[in-house]
Design a protein around this ligand. Structure first.
Ligand code: MEV
Length: 336
């Protein structure tokens, strides 16, 4: 009860994980299977209802905006806050429209996923926003609906996304998925030892998705033929997971990195880290996510983990040991 004796208004909180793509980024946009793992870095979105009907979004990265009568007013972080928070606004509006609701909302976003480096922070933010807004409005939605509703915001960020980022954030775990599977990814019940290397170079995944799309349309660099090669790599990786053949998984990661280089989405800072961790004893390594900077991953063993982390640091990157998040998105109500 509040001080006036009424019921306290409710707040909904949702948590959603980031991800690393182990095999198949970019190619997954063209229906090639990707293998992707949710990680133990999450975003938390909390939402309460505003009586004045307006929308206010605030991020712990120093951005805040208020939206009234269709206009966005930056409250913190200047004009950049409008584009930064746009996926959150789109995700919230998609849910309001879906349920034909006209309520105002306060949305607060907190993240432990570094942003714009290929670890799925924008997908996780969209997913957590959809889940928390639905919850605070009193609508129970299942995981498939959360994924479908979050695709609208994902399109703003990745231009022509496959949907894999929000998908892994919704379901969690280690999944193999291609576009034609829709909301039915297959789980791989395995754990692997992974170290992420963050180059610290922030970039836009949407830009690199568009670059690949242009090359594919113009049929340059044999991208269409490479789709077949990537398909083969992903299927072999799935088989290697079944047999838990880490050596083959590592070799396939190295091959995947070469393909990503050929289609033009790597970066010298990524190639440097990829080479350095192999020399330090990683079983395999590749860029992860959109490329052009951002992060790479190394498949390692416990005995080589420290050496791999050191190699990343010595070559200008920031190492992060990541573990699998099995839960995916979760949302609940709290008394505010
Ligand atoms: C980004 O994490 C993955 C990409 O394949 C884009 C997408 O599938 O939407 C580059």
């Amino acid at each position: 009860m509040d001080r006036l004796g009424g019921c306290r208004p409710l707040k909904a909180v949702a948590i959603a994980p980031g991800k690393v793509i182990l095999y198949g980024e970019h190619f997954v946009v063209y229906n090639v299977p990707a293998i992707v793992m949710a990680i133990d870095r999450v975003v938390k979105v909390s939402v309460s209802i505003r009586e004045d009907g307006s929308l206010r979004i605030c991020s712990d990265l120093g951005f805040a905006c208020e939206y009234k009568n269709g206009a966005a007013k930056p409250l913190m972080g200047g004009k950049k806050s409008v584009s930064f928070l746009e996926p959150v606004r789109i995700a919230a509006k998609t849910v309001l429209d879906h349920f034909d609701e006209r309520k105002g909302l306060n949305i607060d976003v907190y993240s432990t996923i570094p942003s714009s480096v290929g670890l799925g922070s924008s997908g996780a933010i969209s997913v957590a926003t959809v889940a928390a807004v639905s919850k605070v409005l009193g609508h129970e939605i299942d995981k498939e609906q959360i994924w479908r509703l979050s695709l609208q915001a994902e399109r703003y960020v990745h231009v022509t996304p496959s949907g894999v980022d929000p998908l892994i954030s919704v379901y969690g775990g280690l999944l193999v998925w291609r576009i034609q599977d829709g909301s039915k990814p297959k789980r791989i019940n395995r754990d692997i030892d992974l170290v992420v290397g963050n180059t610290g170079i922030q970039r836009s995944t949407g830009k690199f998705v568009s670059i690949v799309s242009r090359k594919k349309t113009k049929k340059i660099e044999g991208i269409s033929q490479l789709m077949g090669v990537m398909n083969w790599i992903s299927n072999l990786a799935l088989k290697a997971f079944k047999e838990m053949d880490l050596v083959i998984l590592g070799v396939l990661m190295n091959m995947n990195h070469e393909l990503l280089k050929v289609i033009g989405v790597s970066h010298e800072s990524l190639d440097r880290l990829v080479e350095a961790v192999r020399k330090a004893g990683a079983l395999g390594s590749k860029l992860t996510g959109g490329g052009g900077g951002g992060c790479m991953i190394s498949l390692t063993t416990l005995s080589k983990r420290a050496a791999v982390c050191k190699a990343i640091e010595e070559n200008g990157g920031q190492p992060m040991v990541v573990r699998k998040n099995n839960a995916g998105v979760r949302a609940w109500l709290v008394k505010s």
